[in-house]
Design a protein around this ligand. Structure first.
Ligand code: BJ8
Length: 423
């Protein structure tokens, strides 16, 4: 960590020793997995810098914004309509944690057989490890899976928590429920910030967030080239950073990176000659969950797409920006978010169609379905995913794991065997 942010972390009441150990592990992990890659694009230096300052400069920016009266809103799910947060001049940050630190504290209040993602965010809060969490004026949960839903009850004893009700189906009555929830959230954000959300500021926020989605769509189109010009690990990192960096800066920097990628493609240069193209699908990989992509990319394959909330599920759909009135904009938000095909929905046919369509477009040889251990929605759906892919003639490997390193050797053997089979 280049800057000295000790005083800020102390003010945020972090557990300084535990936090220092976390940063040390993170730095080593990042060096091994990211900085060791050959021939990375120059534009990735921005991501390296953001990562090296993950708990530093960005958190400092949040503190400065708070001093000027702006609010910080933390979220765990791509279902929370961030346009409303930005419209009220608040700042949204993703809090989904992808590290094991804090698990021991989490297991004191949660069953052990809870998915690693939930344990991680509860553990981070209870262990005072995350400066983003500690910067939040409001933490927004949502009723997606049972584990998250119940975890927010526990979090509510430690942070200001607001929970959005997410429908489980997509019928007319579900849309009505969701529409009411989006409006209730708008009021909550207005109350938090003391600022009214109107057509002018919401229109600006829709454009801001759409621009970020567009640049990620461009990145996804470019990486689809054969040979692929950028590693899956790097694209995952870019998606992860999109959840907490300033959206306008992020869009500009990733745009510059895309220009470099275009030049690389025109020179016919790839990042992993002879590597087998695969796609990841399933549970989100929150930062710093890089275990599986790293294993895949050190087993003779390259990841060319992520069907995940830290991937295309979050960037595929734009919010219609043609509405002129506040009502039209709110309706566009309702419709855009209701297109998300999370496994928490039933039925969820769209997801199967998206996976097959994506696998075909990306010309992958196989799909690796990633489920966090104890995640029932994605584990249950993986059977249907395998069936749909098999009907399309695309092999799938199902992996269930958590954030620990205990199963790395075993996973590597399975991934290598799969890559050899589909080669
Ligand atoms: S829209 S995927 S971000 S809920 S892995 S906590 S489902 S037990 S993360 Fe998600 Fe929103 Fe859906 Fe996306 Fe539960 Fe499963 Fe754990 Fe999960």
């Amino acid at each position: 960590m280049p800057g000295n942010h000790q005083a800020m972390w102390e003010r945020l009441n972090l557990d300084l020793d535990a936090h220092a150990s976390l940063l040390e592990v993170l730095g080593k992990f990042y060096g091994d997995i990211y900085l060791s890659q050959q021939g990375r694009l120059q534009g990735m230096e921005y991501l390296d810098f953001v990562l090296s300052e993950i708990h530093g400069l960005r958190v400092q920016e949040l503190q400065q914004a708070k001093e000027q009266g702006r609010k910080v809103v933390g979220t765990f799910c791509v279902f929370v309509p961030e346009e409303l947060v930005w419209a009220a001049d608040a700042i949204q940050v993703g809090l989904c944690a992808g590290a094991e630190a804090g698990t021991a504290a989490a297991e004191k209040v949660l069953p052990r057989n809870t998915c690693a993602l939930i344990k991680s965010f509860v553990g981070f809060k209870l262990s005072r490890l995350c400066p983003f969490f500690e910067s939040c004026d409001l933490v927004v949960g949502e009723t997606t899976c049972d584990g998250k839903k119940k975890a927010y009850e526990i979090l509510a004893d430690h942070a200001p928590v607001y929970v959005m009700e997410i429908p489980q189906m997509k019928q007319a009555c579900d849309r009505q429920l969701w529409q009411a929830e989006v409006r209730r959230f708008k009021t909550a954000i207005e109350n938090l910030t003391g600022r009214a959300i109107d057509a002018a500021n919401l229109g600006r926020a829709i454009r801001l967030i759409n621009d970020r989605r567009r640049v990620l769509q461009r990145l996804n189109r470019l990486r689809a080239a054969d040979p692929t010009p950028i590693s899956g690990r790097d694209v995952l990192l870019i998606n992860q950073v999109s959840f907490y960096d300033d959206p306008a800066r992020f869009t500009q920097k990733v745009g510059e990176l895309c220009d470099q990628i275009e030049a690389k493609i025109s020179r016919g240069e790839g990042v992993a000659d002879g590597a087998v193209r695969v796609m990841l699908s399933g549970c989100p990989m929150a930062i710093p969950n890089w275990k599986l992509p790293y294993l895949i990319e050190s087993s003779g394959a390259v990841v060319v797409g992520e069907e995940s909330c830290v991937g295309t599920r979050n960037t595929r759909d734009l919010t219609d920006d043609s509405g002129q009135t506040l009502d039209a904009m709110l309706n566009a938000i309702v419709d855009r978010y209701l297109r998300i095909d999370c496994a928490c929905f039933t039925p969820n046919r769209e997801r199967l169609d998206h996976i097959v369509e994506m696998a075909r477009e990306l010309k992958v040889k196989g799909v690796i379905h990633y489920g966090l251990s104890f995640c029932t929605p994605y584990a249950m759906e993986s059977f249907k995913v395998e069936q749909a892919l098999s009907q399309a003639g695309i092999p799938m490997l199902g992996i269930e794991t958590d954030y620990s390193m205990e199963d790395v050797e075993q996973l590597k053997t399975r991934v290598e065997a799969f890559v050899e089979m589909i080669r």
